[in-house]
Ligand binder design. Structure first.
Ligand SMILES: CC(C)(COP(=O)(O)OP(=O)(O)OC[C@H]1O[C@@H](n2cnc3c(N)ncnc32)[C@H](O)[C@@H]1OP(=O)(O)O)[C@@H](O)C(=O)NCCC(=O)NCCS
Length: 155
């Protein structure tokens, strides 16, 4: 029997979502010893205004984090910008639209904060993520590091 389409919803993370994020991301893991998503205490101390979670039929399936920053060294013409630092969907839910839904909601949030430029990075071999970013209008801007940019929409 064909499976029914599942409904993806995206919302701001609350305190009660934080243990689920750490369990997904991997306690003790992360890119660096200070990575907030690998440690519940650190995550509790992290601002939650850019922390979104996705649910598939009401079950947690992933998160995205963005924050505001200024003057990226790799784009000196840009002043205020948003950096999307994390986007992770649990393996069993990948390919079901949750990554796109998180990205779209983050872009909407960033736009409504009046921020034009958005930057993010990904790995050379992460074709899946690169496809998603390109499909959502991002363009690769730096050689070497796989860095994408979504420019401000024309007025
Ligand atoms: C990359 C990731 C965030 C994408 O999220 P997702 O929920 O799996 O993707 P979606 O179902 O929303 O698909 C969105 C787009 O991603 C791309 N994509 C998804 N699955 C893909 C696959 N298996 N192969 C190639 N591209 C794929 C496609 O462009 C797709 O859009 P399309 O079907 O219209 O072409 C997710 O797979 C993930 O968390 N991967 C592991 C962690 C990671 O790599 N994070 C990104 C770090 S920068």
């Amino acid at each position: 029997m064909p499976s029914l389409p599942q409904e993806v919803t995206v919302r701001l993370a609350t305190e009660s979502d934080l243990p689920r994020i750490v369990a997904h991301y991997g306690p003790g893991g992360g890119d660096s010893p200070w990575d907030p998503f690998a440690d519940l205490d650190r995550l509790r101390r992290t601002a939650r205004s850019g922390l979104l979670i996705a649910e598939l039929d009401g079950e947690y399936v992933g998160f995205l984090y963005w924050y505001e920053a200024r003057r990226p060294w790799y784009a000196p013409e840009v002043d205020r910008y948003a950096r999307i630092s994390d986007l992770h969907i649990v393996p069993s839910a990948q390919g079901k639209g949750a990554g796109r839904a998180l990205l779209r909601e983050a872009v909407a949030q960033i736009r409504s904060a009046g921020i034009g430029d958005i930057f993010l990075e990904t790995d050379e071999d992460n074709v899946r993520a690169q496809n998603l970013y390109r499909r959502e209008g991002f363009e690769r801007v730096t050689p070497g590091v796989i860095r994408f940019r979504l420019r401000a929409s024309p007025p």
